[in-house]
Design a protein around this ligand. Structure first.
Ligand SMILES: [Ca+2]
Ligand SMILES: [Ca+2]
Length: 176
């Protein structure tokens, strides 16, 4: 891991990038004067949604230049129609919806840096897998899509949730 710029806050994961170490030399491979917004505290609620639930996705996004937009990208994988890494649909079919920090639609506080979007219960179906990623851009046009691939990842990492009928016992999936 390397710090993108020694002037940036090294407590925030977004100030770091995956790269081969360069002992006693500058971090030339990852150095940048400006970086995209920091994004952390990504979560969805309820954690294990049921088919009657509205799912709220939140993320804290900040940038000293100002945050221009925060977008949730998601894809729906239905039972019996699984697709994943290596298949075109996995890379091409992402539905986008804006996330807002405006205090409405379950965004609890206006302007606190926590961006929110709600996915209606009509999207939740029993055993449906919902993969999601978040795209952020600052006011200078510096953009980032998270989760970020690492130097070791062979595929596009995503976050996910699996939906269940009320009363059904969820199973646990391992990995990204
Ligand atoms: Ca920036
Ligand atoms: Ca907020």
């Amino acid at each position: 891991m390397q710090l993108v710029n020694p002037l940036f806050d090294n407590d925030l994961a977004g100030s770091w990038r995956s790269a081969t170490p360069t002992p006693a030399a500058g971090n030339s491979r990852v150095f940048a004067d400006n970086i995209p917004p920091h994004i952390r505290q990504v979560k969805h609620s309820p954690e294990q949604p049921r088919s009657i639930d509205i799912v709220t996705v939140t993320a804290k996004v900040t940038d000293p230049d100002g945050v221009d937009n925060v977008t949730l990208l998601y894809q729906l994988v239905d039972p019996g129609d699984y697709f994943g890494p290596g298949q075109p649909r996995f890379y091409n079919i992402w539905i986008t919806t804006d996330m807002h920090d405006d205090g409405v639609n379950d965004d609890l506080i206006t302007g606190d840096g926590i961006y929110t979007v709600q996915l209606p219960e009509s999207l939740q179906a029993h055993r449906r897998l919902v993969r999601y990623r978040i795209s952020v851009t600052d006011s200078l046009g510096n953009g980032l899509l998270v989760p970020m691939p690492t130097i070791h990842s062979r595929t596009l990492p995503t976050l996910f949730m699996t939906v269940f009928l009320p009363g059904k016992v969820p199973f646990v999936r391992v990995g990204l």
